[in-house]
Design a protein around this ligand. Structure first.
Ligand code: AMP
Length: 395
């Protein structure tokens, strides 16, 4: 696996695919700069070597050229974070972009315009990728968030750098973190899967049953399992067409010696509202008119013990409707348990969709070992897929 340390960037132009797809407000100000901050170590290393950086990214989903999606809006923020002047060119391919890249001196940074102003980007067009490749001497992919897409700048462009391509430090860290869970994790290994739907997590569950010792199934997903086992779940969310599959997953888990932990009690609400009346009930006996919205106290205690016994922990998906304050308790307590286990030496990885939002919202970001920056890319990695953006560097 080639990383930045395999190259000396002195007098080289690094063409870096970053993920600067950041949220902007109505005044085109960056409201969350996490992705820019995450790319900083790669950029700094290349500049310190005496190289220059050509940064390319997408922003949003523009239809053709649309000023609202121009990367020029983020130049000031990138400069702020890097502490270095950032030049900008309103093209990403063609003469103007090539001239700007050619003029770049060691220690300088150039940001090129939104890749998705060209439909060839998402189409994975080879000619467009070749045009991009003319901008730099070494291709660096540091965009985990788009590594699951075979786009021109994330995958196809790598062909034009047969020897001179590598992972940036963010992408390398993402790969190492996933490997720590899926390949080299210290036992016992625990996966916690929560969130709304079984259907969106099936492939992950099937893949990780071969890797883990314990599996916690929480959140809305749990009710499909409980109903399949004959429990009464009241008005809780459930995917009836996935009940067979749920039973099959439990059988597979037993055959593979994976201990499955499902909540035993829940906080039930009489409406899907923060101000609803609530009661703690047995998860197998939820009254009609009530729905399970968070893990109950016994379940939290049970999960706490499993988490503390584990040496490697993967967390994807909240244990309840954490967006509503009244139903966030189970998710917060789980976060606390994972933080405690991490402090005691366990490796903990949080990633994929809403769990990252929950971890940030409740301030656990620095209390777990690693928070993944990629939603879809993380989920596909956990499904056991080789991401095209990663394969293109390894080839
Ligand atoms: P996912 O994107 O699959 O990780 O699902 C995250 C969503 O699951 C969040 O929006 C939660 O509000 C939702 N969720 C978690 N537990 C429940 C529950 N018991 N009932 C309804 N939605 C839930």
């Amino acid at each position: 696996m080639k990383t930045l340390s395999d190259f000396n960037f002195e007098n080289k132009k690094a063409l870096i695919r970053v993920d600067f797809n950041v949220p902007l407000n109505e005044n085109f100000e960056v409201t969350d700069a996490t992705r820019i901050v995450s790319a900083k170590p790669t950029i700094v290393k290349i500049l310190e070597d005496g190289g220059s950086c050509i940064l390319m990214s997408h922003l949003g989903r523009p239809k053709g050229v649309q000023d609202a999606f121009s990367l020029r809006h983020i130049v000031a923020k990138v400069e702020d974070i890097l502490g270095v002047e950032v030049k900008f060119v309103d093209q990403c391919v063609g003469e103007k972009a090539e001239a700007a890249a050619a003029a770049l001196q060691p220690g300088e940074i150039l940001l090129v315009e939104n890749l998705r102003f060209h439909k060839e980007e998402t189409a994975g067009d080879k000619v467009f990728a070749e045009q991009l490749s003319k901008l730099g001497d070494i291709y660096v992919n540091d965009a985990f968030g788009t590594a699951h897409r075979a786009h021109a700048s994330t995958t196809i462009v790598a062909q034009f750098f047969p020897e001179d391509k590598c992972f940036g430090s963010l992408l390398a860290q993402e790969i190492e973190s996933i490997n720590k869970v899926m390949e080299t994790g210290e036992k016992p290994i625990l996966a916690i899967l929560g969130g709304a739907k079984v259907s969106s997590k099936i492939t992950i569950i099937e893949n990780i049953l071969d890797k883990v010792d314990h599996l916690i199934i929480g959140g809305g997903m749990a009710f499909t399992f409980i109903k399949a086992q004959g429990g009464s779940i009241g008005n809780s969310i459930c995917e009836d067409d996935k009940m067979e599959l749920a039973l099959d997953i439990l059988k597979q888990a037993e055959a593979k010696n994976v201990q499955v932990h499902i909540p035993v009690d829940v906080i039930a609400a009489d409406a899907f509202s923060n101000d609803a009346n609530t009661q703690v009930v047995d998860i197998r006996n939820i009254p009609e008119g009530w729905e399970g919205v968070d893990a109950g106290p016994k379940s939290r205690e049970q999960f706490h013990e499993v988490v503390l016994q584990s040496k490697t922990i993967l967390w994807n998906g909240p244990l309840g409707v954490f967006e509503m304050e009244s139903f966030a308790g189970g998710t917060i307590e789980l976060g606390n348990s994972i933080a405690e286990a991490t402090k005691n030496g366990a490796f903990s990885l949080v990633g994929g969709g809403d769990s990252v939002a929950a971890v940030k919202q409740f301030g656990f970001e620095n209390k777990v070992s690693y928070v993944s920056t990629g939603g879809g890319a993380m989920l596909e990695s956990l499904e056991g897929k080789t991401l095209p953006g990663i394969a293109a560097i390894l080839e």
